[in-house]
Design a protein around this ligand. Sequence first.
Ligand SMILES: Nc1nc2c(c(=O)[nH]1)N[C@H]1C(S)=C(S)[C@@H](COP(=O)(O)OP(=O)(O)OC[C@H]3O[C@@H](n4cnc5c(=O)[nH]c(N)nc54)[C@H](O)[C@@H]3O)O[C@H]1N2
Ligand SMILES: Nc1nc2c(c(=O)[nH]1)N[C@H]1C(S)=C(S)[C@@H](COP(=O)(O)OP(=O)(O)OC[C@H]3O[C@@H](n4cnc5c(=O)[nH]c(N)nc54)[C@H](O)[C@@H]3O)O[C@H]1N2
Ligand code: SF4
Ligand SMILES: [Mo]
Length: 865
Amino acid sequence: MAKAIRTTCAYCGVGCGIRAAVTGARSVEILGDPDHPANRGRLCSKGTHLGETVGLQGRLLYPMIAGRRVSWDKALDLVARRFKETIARHGPGSVAFYVSGQLLTEDYYVANKLMKGFIGSANIDTNSRLCMSSAVAGHMRAFGEDVVPATYEDLDAADLFVLVGSNTAWCHPIVYQRIRARCEAGAKLVVIDPRRTETAEEADLHLAIRPGSDVALMNGLLQYCRETGIVDEAYLGAHVAVPADFWDRLGEGNDLWSAARICDVAAADLRHFYELFAATPRTVTLFSQGINQSTAGTDQVNAITNLHLATGRIGKPGAAPFSITGQPNAMGGREVGGLASTLAAHRDFAAESRASVQRFWAAPTMAEKPGLKAVDMFRAVGEGRIKALWVMATNPAVSMPDANRVREALGGCPFVVVSDVVEKTDTTAFAHVRLPAAAWGEKDGTVTNSDRTISRQRALFPLPGEARPDWWIVKEVARRMGWKTAFAYDRPADIWREHCRLSTYENEGARRFALPGAAQGGNAAYDAMLPFRWGGDRPFADGRFSTEDGRARLISVAQKPLADPLAKWPLTLNTGRYRDQWHSMTRTGLAPKLARHREEPLVEMHPSDGARHGLSNGALARVDTPQGESLYRVAYCEGQRAGELFVPIHWTDRTASGGRTGLLPRPLVDPVSGQPGFKRTPASIALVEPLWCGFLLLAEELADRPACLWATRVAVPAGVLWELAGDEALQRIEALLPRGERIEAQDAARGTRRIAIVANGRLAGALFVTQSGELPPRDWLIAQLAAPTVAPTLLAGRAPGAQADRGPVVCVCFDVGMTTIVAAIRDQSLTDVAAIGAALRAGTNCGSCRPALARIIAEEKSHAA
Ligand SMILES: Nc1nc2c(c(=O)[nH]1)N[C@H]1C(S)=C(S)[C@@H](COP(=O)(O)OP(=O)(O)OC[C@H]3O[C@@H](n4cnc5c(=O)[nH]c(N)nc54)[C@H](O)[C@@H]3O)O[C@H]1N2
Ligand SMILES: Nc1nc2c(c(=O)[nH]1)N[C@H]1C(S)=C(S)[C@@H](COP(=O)(O)OP(=O)(O)OC[C@H]3O[C@@H](n4cnc5c(=O)[nH]c(N)nc54)[C@H](O)[C@@H]3O)O[C@H]1N2
Ligand code: SF4
Ligand SMILES: [Mo]
């Protein structure tokens, strides 16, 4: 095997280490790095299948102006000139950067320096605004600095895990496996989520609370702790500032019964949780988007920090509030000041902070005040106040709330630059200039994960086409704007050392974020860098916080009243993630194996709601909100609370006619952090009945989505599959079939048509459509795309001699289907996940499907009973 290069996973904030062995021009074998502290050799399904996503299909490989390929010089000159002109004419506040937690620290540092120190505006915000900003604001209020006071080692020492608003099993699978391992040794797991997720299914206790009621739950618990004498008065006295009326205000309406009523859970269950918490000093409370993405997000974060501070459960092994980060470098972005509301190196806009950073950068025009936060930024673009916008490594036309308005804003903006690795995204569609960025596996730099561990990402392949790393693109523009010496970087290591020097510059211990020593290393040290953690293994262990007086703060927070649904919008829409897809799918969408877990955008709803709204399982439905509408496939789900819908965020104009979730949420934000409330939008739902449904299977990718009511794309091993439905005449769909020999069958009674195209002795395409008949399972036909010969039974959609359908794929690593698993459980009397693994290998590689396997076993047991 080729020599393995140590790097870090492209996806989530767990920050798993990878050993990548390059096996060809664009191929690589991926293994977990046994020496990386975040994962110790393990990888989840997304990390495991990274190798399937490094091909060059769909890549943006050359700079483009107005859709035409141009030289780098021409593109960079234009960007620099247009930004300079706009600033000269309308001032620095008329331009903006919208960046991303998927940039590397070095990229991020340069973009932030250019905007805040040289352009002289703080109009640089990041998609972390949509992700982490409530946690950041909560940390600042409670600790005086944005420091996550926990590490993964705390997971190995905890006796109780409280997961709040976090589908950890799907979104942070390796953290989840670490939690499970500790639970095997006796620790307890409580999950607080309105949905019964796979994370919740394995919990000792699941509190399916009413959405938005987390403050009531936490305040009730804090009041309970006070009544039962669990509050650590000594700790509070020594280390925490408590507002004078804090306990009086908490005392009102936060008894267990009131909390149970507001949260809509059984008082006995709530009491069980409160007792467990009170009895277990070593508690880690992990939280993510169910807490952050709320118009009360910052208060919800502080309801959690209050509990940990008041019980002294912080700065001790196995005891901490733990905000887990979403993107691979969400934390690094916070360190370099990627948010419009912070400066670099954990500094704010106070006069002395500004002056200090200005001195360090020798900056000509420092930004004087915080800039526009994401939602306000796009509003300003829409209102014409921002006239030049540069988007890097994020897809706001998909991921911003009220995305229709964001699209209108982008469409009306005089100058839009987009740096991306992919040519066609919903956002690059609005770009005047597209800049080809180097992708994961091509770029070098650092990322910081959830527990403050900094790791290297390393290049595996040479830069394809004319793609360039983001730091290079930004510094070239900065130099062309006239700041040659301040942006004279030749390599990421140059930027890294400057970033490290800034972290310790005029920092006499007031800020925990400091990278002493790292600044002295040379290029070789940078190349050889091993993962290391800043801030120490246990920040705040000494009880000293980053506030002026060194004390942490309890913050009075009250539950906001939760309005009843309106007649026009009887449902509440919740949005989030699928296990095997990453955001707008620009990379995971390339991997056939990852497509198997969920092939279409579903709207999950309780069967009782389905009946009430006349929707059967599998029907198509339109979800409406005050902001917009989109289509989904209905999926009945017992784990959904009645009255609530759940939809995924992953589908885009490129991949589907429906599932456009970004169009639905309102642009309402938390007043402190500016983070949008993505999880609770008033909605209605209605049945959509197309005339026909079908699917289109193709060996070659289409340039554009088929034009019909419902079209969703899935990558398959030797091509692509589109699921279709519509009222339209079929000619335009048929025209998408490739040239070749045509085999056709028709059944007028059922309105069925089946067409297969054979070219060069292989299946090149197939279109199966029906009005009232059945469609065959897709698996066998998909396999025919790669078959060396054409089977005579193509139009039957199955092999000569019947073949059992193995059902939806559960284990993507070993391609094991539901039917196979259920049959094995029944035939071989399998009783646990390990037994399934022994019989079928399912769940024995990445382990991401283990919660699903556990559920199938539980369902089989309950069937049997
Ligand atoms: N597979 C996969 N993993 C990912 C990502 C991905 O795209 N795909 N993205 C990464 C990123 S950037 C992020 S930010 C993380 C997000 O990771 P998570 O936060 O775990 O993911 P979400 O699905 O957005 O939402 C989490 C849960 O919050 C619940 N929730 C909704 N409303 C409430 C509420 O009022 N109270 C409570 N307590 N819970 C509520 C939802 O039902 C949902 O199950 O995942 C990261 N990991
Ligand atoms: N309704 C709803 N909306 C949400 C959320 C939700 O839960 N519900 N979650 C929010 C959260 S937490 C997040 S983090 C966002 C994520 O939303 P986005 O950031 O919009 O999602 P991505 O698809 O990850 O976009 C990353 C883009 O960068 C490109 N890219 C990848 N690598 C590089 C690189 O190295 N350089 C450059 N220049 N480009 C690169 C990719 O091709 C892709 O187009 O969505 C938010 N929106
Ligand atoms: S948990 Fe999965 S997606 Fe996240 S860093 Fe690890 S391997 Fe990558
Ligand atoms: Mo995120």
